[in-house]
Design a protein around this ligand. Structure first.
Ligand SMILES: N[C@@H](CCC(=O)N[C@@H](CS)C(=O)NCC(=O)O)C(=O)O
Length: 214
């Protein structure tokens, strides 16, 4: 069985969404991204992946795959019938990779990562200042279409939906871009997306209670 190392509401949520959309069962292991420990047994997360970051997907043969773009495409290709990615060779496959890169580099790493992980307020403010350009690009693209690529939901939508969900926590209101706010709403109406978010929000609440009452 596949195994996913994740942290509640981190970018690994996109992989959980993809697994649920594809109807693939997996074992989930929570990683504490601050202590770099695996929560269930206190083992060293860095020995699972020296990058110390989620997602990490452990494949059936024991190999470990990291990086959102690779993990998401791997999951999609396990169930081609779910159409979570255009098939290799289809020109839209490059559109998918284009969006996975854009979300990963220009929204996730350029904005969400600094606003959550950096201590420096000036760096956070600079990231907030710059993110509008990328969000406008995505908003223009989605103004007259329901999904990022082709006519249906793909793993690129899973990744963008996660990043939009977290915008507010980074201090940016998605409502400034109505096409993005509508898109996020539509994405959250999908049952696998909703279930994945609800599950991880619940885990976060439990985490918060544990911090208050150790
Ligand atoms: N380039 C990586 C970035 C993954 C990443 O930044 N994950 C964050 C959570 S959203 C993380 O685990 N951060 C902990 C750290 O970098 O120490 C990817 O696309 O998978």
């Amino acid at each position: 069985m596949l195994q996913l190392y994740f942290s509640p509401m981190a970018c690994s949520l996109a992989s959980r969404i993809a697994l649920m959309e594809a109807g693939i069962e997996a074992r989930y292991h929570r990683a504490d991204l601050w202590t770099k420990k695996v929560v269930e047994d206190g083992s060293d997360f860095l020995s699972i992946s020296p990058k110390g970051a989620v997602p990490v997907l452990v494949l059936e043969n024991g190999e470990k795959l990291t990086e959102n773009a690779a993990v998401l495409q791997y999951i999609a290709d396990l169930r081609p019938e779910s159409a979570l990615a255009p098939r290799p060779g289809d020109p839209d496959r490059y559109r998918l990779q284009e969006w996975l890169s854009f979300v990963g580099c220009e929204i996730h790493k350029a904005f969400l990562f600094p606003t959550f992980w950096y201590k420096d307020d000036a760096a956070k403010a600079a990231a907030r200042e710059r993110i509008g350009k990328s969000l406008s690009v995505a908003a223009d693209h989605l103004a007259h279409r329901d999904h990022l690529v082709g006519k249906g939901f793909t793993v690129a939508d899973a990744y963008l939906a996660w990043s939009l969900l977290l915008l507010g926590r980074g201090g940016v209101d998605v409502a400034q871009w109505p096409p993005l706010a509508d898109y996020l709403q539509r994405m959250q109406e999908r049952s696998p997306v909703r279930s994945a978010i609800d599950h991880e929000m619940q885990l976060r609440k439990v985490m918060a209670r544990q911090v208050q009452n150790p």
